[in-house]
Write a protein that binds this ligand. Structure first.
Ligand code: ZN
Ligand code: ZN
Length: 350
């Protein structure tokens, strides 16, 4: 099959690799209809996250059709249209039972194979899904294929980030980083009753999109006094919580500066640097709560399915590029360099 394969740092190519096969009775094989490139693919691409074996198929966001089922699979049949959270999960360990399937004892991330162990990715014509009964989800009526694709990761992750902020009706919230996940976080804040949503980004186009998605104010992150502007907008205090979706030290430092005492930093940006931009004492001195982690996607799928079905938001407008899978190498380049106003790229196998 054709797949986007990690060869080395900044070297991902559309190559021919073996078709996946059923390895366990609980596996299914999905024929990919659509797959997406995600910000976290770039961590691998640039070697900020290292350890991935050369030859690993990239990617973790996909929808498709079940074409083969293992003998123990009960909930899925050939022909079912499905999507999956970006990791597998068993459904009955301590973490799965406590609504934290992202830490499943048997769970694996799609697109991460290290020293021969792990799970191949889904930027490919076919994908093997382990523990299919507990990992896969059917695409409900009224959900467009591209919307289902957003449910694999970025829509739940944006919602999770807002959820960790502990939104109180009437509160003021700042969003640092208005890429696709940040924009979805803005929608979630709005849905949860936030009154003031301050969107901060370096890119004008993204600030405009933030306003369209429900931000009430925007700040150009390149300006000198972002902290002063946030204070000006929050009666001098700072934001009740800051959603940080960038994953860099400057973003982390900014989030600290603009949160009010007693507030929360809610972080889904992946920080590959060592240490913090602030000290434990800094946290103490502002009585802050720091919340972070991988999104437990399953927790939010019921509420997000209903939100998508309601038609209230144009989620598909987040997708800027639709390309064939065979142009994946170019897609990574465009996505990485944010060329052509790129926000999210969807790839379709031929
Ligand atoms: Zn993703
Ligand atoms: Zn589990």
């Amino acid at each position: 099959m054709k797949a986007l394969v990690f060869n080395d740092v900044r070297n991902v190519t559309c190559s021919t690799t073996p078709d996946p096969e059923l390895l366990h009775p609980t596996d299914v094989i999905v024929k990919t209809d659509l797959t997406a490139v995600c910000g976290s693919d770039l961590h691998v691409y640039h070697g900020r996250e290292s350890g991935l074996d050369a030859g690993t198929v990239m990617g973790h966001e996909f929808i498709g059709e079940v074409v083969e089922t293992g003998s123990a699979v009960k909930n899925f049949r050939k022909g079912d249209k499905v999507f999956s959270p970006f990791f597998s999960s068993c459904g009955d360990c301590f973490y799965c039972e406590n609504d934290l399937a992202c830490r499943c004892e048997k769970g694996r991330l799609f697109g991460w194979v290290e020293n021969g162990i792990g799970l191949q990715g889904v930027q490919a014509e076919y994908a093997r899904v382990p523990l299919a009964d507990s990992t896969l989800w059917k695409i409900d009526d009224g959900i467009h294929a591209e919307e289902a694709l957003l449910l694999c990761d970025i829509l739940p992750t944006g919602y999770f980030c807002a959820d960790m902020a502990g939104v109180q009706p009437g509160g003021a919230y700042a969003v640092v980083g208005c890429g696709p996940v940040g924009l979805l976080g803005i929608i979630a804040l709005r849905e949860m009753g936030a009154e003031k949503i301050i969107a901060i980004d370096l890119v004008e186009e993204r600030r405009k999109m933030a306003m369209a998605f429900g931000a009430t104010e925007t700040i150009d992150g390149r300006q000198d006094d972002v902290e002063g502007q946030v204070r000006y907008l929050t009666e001098g205090r700072g934001a009740d919580a800051v959603l940080e979706l960038v994953g860099s030290e400057p973003a982390q430092a900014l989030a600290y500066q603009i949160v009010r005492p007693g507030g929360t930093l809610s972080v889904v940006g992946v920080h590959n640097h060592k240490g913090f931009a602030f000290t434990p004492d800094d946290l103490y001195n502002k009585n802050l709560t720091y919340r972070t982690g991988r999104c437990p996607v399953q927790r939010y799928l019921p509420v997000l399915t209903r939100l998508v079905q309601s038609g209230k938001y144009d989620f598909r407008s987040l997708i800027s590029h639709r390309m064939p899978l065979r142009e994946g190498e170019n897609a990574y380049r465009i996505f990485d360099q944010k060329l052509e106003g790129c926000t999210k790229i969807v790839l379709q196998p031929d």
